[in-house]
Design a protein around this ligand. Structure first.
Ligand SMILES: Cc1cc2nc3c(=O)[nH]c(=O)nc-3n(C[C@H](O)[C@H](O)[C@H](O)COP(=O)(O)OP(=O)(O)OC[C@H]3O[C@@H](n4cnc5c(N)ncnc54)[C@H](O)[C@@H]3O)c2cc1C
Length: 217
């Protein structure tokens, strides 16, 4: 995998050692999530909107209603910033100043393009589902012609992007290490709960293996 060029806009300035530009790091952070925040400006007003995404190859795909202002505006090719963040732990230092968070995040800059090719659009819609819960797509009803028309899919090339990652212990000042106070990391992660059956689900339908496997992950 390649390392992306570090542009003036994507150079991590605070604690630059935590910055990463290699595709392996950037793609693995993107692949570990499915919610991003999309930043863009309309008439000088910035908006940051949460939405789902999936990565396919060197692009991030987003989708939604064809009536969505966000998607309509982005399809015009305005500048966009897509951010993904994972919180991995609370970093409890001895001093208030050095408290921190272990995290992995990615920022991608560029202009999105409308996906016109029907095959690519369907591939993206499959990826949105499979990216969130692998195994789901083959057994659900796929979008009808009408539903496809009502859905806009956009893609953003991962050309100008950066990752920033913090891991490990708190970094306290030398003179604070002797303090009589607990310090360390409290790991944080999202965990699936027990599935709740749809009240209209037929009794004969059992929990599929891909969901029980998802729960065990
Ligand atoms: C976890 C999550 C996943 C989502 N996934 C998708 C997705 O895959 N596809 C999709 O189209 N939408 C998704 N949404 C909804 C998305 O955030 C927008 O609400 C949606 O795109 C509608 O946009 P719009 O163009 O109608 O709104 P806009 O016209 O862009 O928004 C108008 C105003 O409505 C308010 N607003 C819009 N969305 C939100 C919000 N989420 N929270 C608070 N205020 C808001 C803001 O003030 C905004 O300025 C998701 C939301 C969340 C929280």
């Amino acid at each position: 995998m390649n390392t992306l060029a570090r542009s003036e806009r994507t150079k991590v300035k605070r604690l630059p050692a935590r910055g990463a530009y290699d595709q392996e790091t950037i793609y693995s952070i993107l692949d570990d999530g499915f919610i991003c925040h999309v930043g863009f400006a309309i008439d000088g007003q910035p908006y940051v909107i949460p939405t789902g995404y999936a990565r396919i190859g060197d692009h991030v795909y987003i989708h939604g209603s064809s009536a969505s202002r966000m998607l309509r505006s982005l399809a015009e090719g305005i500048d966009v910033c897509v951010t993904v963040t994972h919180v991995d732990g609370l970093v409890l230092a001895r001093s208030a100043f050095h408290h921190s968070i272990n995290y992995r995040s990615v920022v991608v800059l560029g202009q999105a393009k409308m996906v016109e090719d029907p095959a690519e659009k369907e591939m993206a819609l499959e990826a949105f589902t499979e990216h969130i819960i692998p195994g789901r797509w083959p057994e659900i009803r796929w979008p009808s012609e009408l539903e496809l028309k009502a859905t806009t899919v956009l893609k953003l090339a991962i050309d100008e992007a950066s990752a920033k990652v913090r891991t490990g212990d708190p970094k306290d000042d030398d003179e604070d290490y002797g303090m009589n106070v607990w310090a360390g990391v409290v790991p944080l992660s999202s965990k699936p709960g027990q599935p709740i059956r749809d009240s209209r689900l037929a009794d004969k339908i059992d929990l599929p293996t891909y969901i029980s496997e998802y729960l065990r992950k």
